[in-house]
Write a protein that binds this ligand. Structure first.
Ligand SMILES: NC(=O)c1ccc[n+]([C@@H]2O[C@H](COP(=O)([O-])OP(=O)(O)OC[C@H]3O[C@@H](n4cnc5c(N)ncnc54)[C@H](O)[C@@H]3O)[C@@H](O)[C@H]2O)c1
Length: 316
């Protein structure tokens, strides 16, 4: 039986612990189990985060193991190695798929029936690995995808047009990574096409601004990692946002990564596009208009992912 008030987080490094801290403050759950191969780290994070509970919402927070995840409503996976100097992207993929082979079969064995949220990178490949290894219906496995990139985009666009980012609607789609794209042709400020809104406010050189903002969004993670070694607050809020959408059955539109079944001509690949997210995970997808050049970029993004996936063994 699913306990709607319980969540598990697997991997308690920078991203897992910050996500746990954000979730503790959300009031969404009353029980949170933290799991890490480094048991002592999980115990330390559980204690530290639990000491904030008297200022937030009553909640039981503890370090545990896979026996504890069976009845969780959600599991968030943030376990994984980060890229080391000299290591190729493929080396990292192979290493993290290897880590998933020790995690996802354990989740499967537990009988978990909730929504599985993948955050570890490369998130699209690992979401695909989780779909293949978990035995869960594909809609219940989602990757954080380009939800964080989209938050960065809306933040920067909000500053560019001087409007609350919550009233800026624009999506980053495709791979969470170097080949991602911005769906500029569907970008709006409160229902007004972005470029029209920009004209009204004295911005006329759209192509230059679009290229600059898209590059800044794409390079955000590199810049933050260079300056402070890791990114974790933005992704922690992203995890909290996705958990809220699921647990409150919000049916809000978020560009999560999930298994494509023909959308934009894509199949058998996990990639991000605007998606209605609710208690069942993926409720439906929103095929926003993209122009020819954006469609080409999306196909190239899928091709880049496919080239990596073809070299990986996804058997559990
Ligand atoms: N999707 C996104 O938008 C996004 C954003 C930031 C980071 N990330 C990714 O999140 C992941 C974690 O990043 P981090 O900065 O927290 O790294 P980190 O090294 O601080 O933490 C990783 C944790 O995973 C644990 N771990 C390793 N193998 C494990 C296993 N088999 N079972 C359980 N735990 C295991 C480690 O002990 C460590 O505590 C990375 O893959 C990173 O690239 C994704």
């Amino acid at each position: 039986m699913i306990n709607d008030r319980k969540i598990a987080i697997i991997g308690c490094g920078f991203v897992g612990s910050s996500s746990a801290f954000a979730i503790m403050q959300s009031g969404l759950f009353s029980e949170m189990v933290l799991i890490d191969v480094d048991r002592s780290r999980a115990e330390g994070e559980a204690l530290d985060i639990a000491h904030g509970v008297p200022f937030a919402n009553p909640m039981k927070i503890y370090a545990g193991d896979y026996a504890d995840v069976a009845d969780a409503a959600m599991i968030v996976v943030t376990a994984g190695a980060a890229q080391k100097p000299g290591e190729t992207r493929l080396d990292l993929v192979t290493k993290n798929v290897g880590i998933f082979k020790t995690i996802i079969p354990e989740i499967r064995k537990s009988g978990f029936e909730g929504v599985l949220l993948i955050v570890s990178n490369p998130v699209d490949v690992l979401t695909y690995a989780a779909v293949k290894m978990s035995g869960l219906p594909e809609g219940r496995v989602i990757g954080s995808g380009t939800v964080l990139d989209t938050a960065r985009l809306r933040y920067m666009l909000g500053a560019h047009v001087d409007v609350d980012p919550r009233d800026v609607h624009a999506y980053v789609m495709g791979e969470h990574g170097d080949s991602e794209l911005v769906a500029w042709s569907s970008a709006m400020v409160a229902g007004v096409p972005l470029n029209e809104f920009c004209e009204l406010h004295g911005h006329h050189d759209h192509k230059t601004a679009e290229a600059r903002i898209a590059e800044d969004v794409k390079n955000s993670a590199y810049e933050i990692i260079e300056k402070k070694r890791a990114t974790y607050y933005g992704i922690a809020m992203t995890v909290r946002r996705i958990c809220t959408a699921v647990m409150r059955n919000e049916k809000c539109v978020l560009p999560v990564s999930s298994l494509m079944v023909g959308e934009y001509g894509l199949d058998d690949i996990c990639i991000s596009m605007p998606t209605v997210v609710g208690r069942a995970g993926v409720v439906t997808r929103v095929p926003v208009e993209i122009d020819e050049s954006e469609r080409r970029q999306l196909n190239e993004s899928a091709g880049a992912l496919r080239a990596i996936m073809d070299k990986v063994d996804f058997s559990a």
